[in-house]
Design a protein around this ligand. Structure first.
Ligand code: COA
Length: 157
């Protein structure tokens, strides 16, 4: 059993979160027929994290082992288009757990922290995207109580 602690992010975590995000981005890349990673994606993601670090509409929870971070989940509060309600919804941007410690409840614990954070905002709705080919993610989100209700389509022109 791995000793892993779940906690909120600190500025000193940002470099390790970028590394985990790059691992996630490379994992989903073969399942994504539309977007490719830009060559400087890591640098840009690092700049993005630094930009939103102090923004109270963003939250990141990390899973930390004795050897460093082994997972993270990022969420934010999104404004809806003005013609619909609810006016604000929770959005889960990313969740990633290192392969060697998957299936031991860490993804669930990270997700639950985000859901609790959304509840503290008073939000009743939370949404996210995942690649339809990502069966691991589909099983995980279903287990966490999420229902798929939209399909996103693309073509080249
Ligand atoms: C999705 C992910 C975060 C889950 O993390 P995890 O720590 O393995 O999740 P948990 O151990 O909490 O699993 C919770 C439930 O998810 C489901 N699940 C997780 N991995 C699964 C798999 N490989 N196959 C089937 N079901 C799976 C199970 O129902 C599991 O519950 P159970 O153990 O009671 O059966 C992890 O697999 C991951 O990082 N995947 C790669 C990145 C990714 O796809 N992120 C989501 C993109 S939106």
């Amino acid at each position: 059993m791995h000793k892993v602690r779940i906690r909120g992010w600190k500025e000193g975590d940002l470099g390790q979160i970028v590394d985990l995000w790059l691992e996630l981005a490379h994992f989903v890349r073969p399942m994504d027929g539309f977007y490719q990673l830009s060559p400087d994606a890591g640098t840009r993601y690092d700049a993005y994290l630094r930009r939103v670090f102090d923004d109270h509409k963003y939250a990141v929870f990390v899973a930390e082992s004795d050897n460093g971070l082994v997972g993270f989940a990022m969420g934010r509060v999104n404004e809806s288009p003005s013609v619909v309600v609810p006016k604000t919804v929770g959005y889960i941007e990313n969740i990633f757990v290192r392969p060697e410690i998957r299936n031991s409840g860490i993804g669930t614990a990270l997700c639950n922290e985000l859901l609790a954070w959304f509840r503290r905002w008073g939000l009743g709705h939370v949404e996210l995207f995942y690649q339809v080919e990502n069966q691991e993610a589909a099983a995980f989100w279903s287990k966490m109580g999420f229902k798929t209700w939209l399909a996103k389509a693309f073509r080249t022109v």
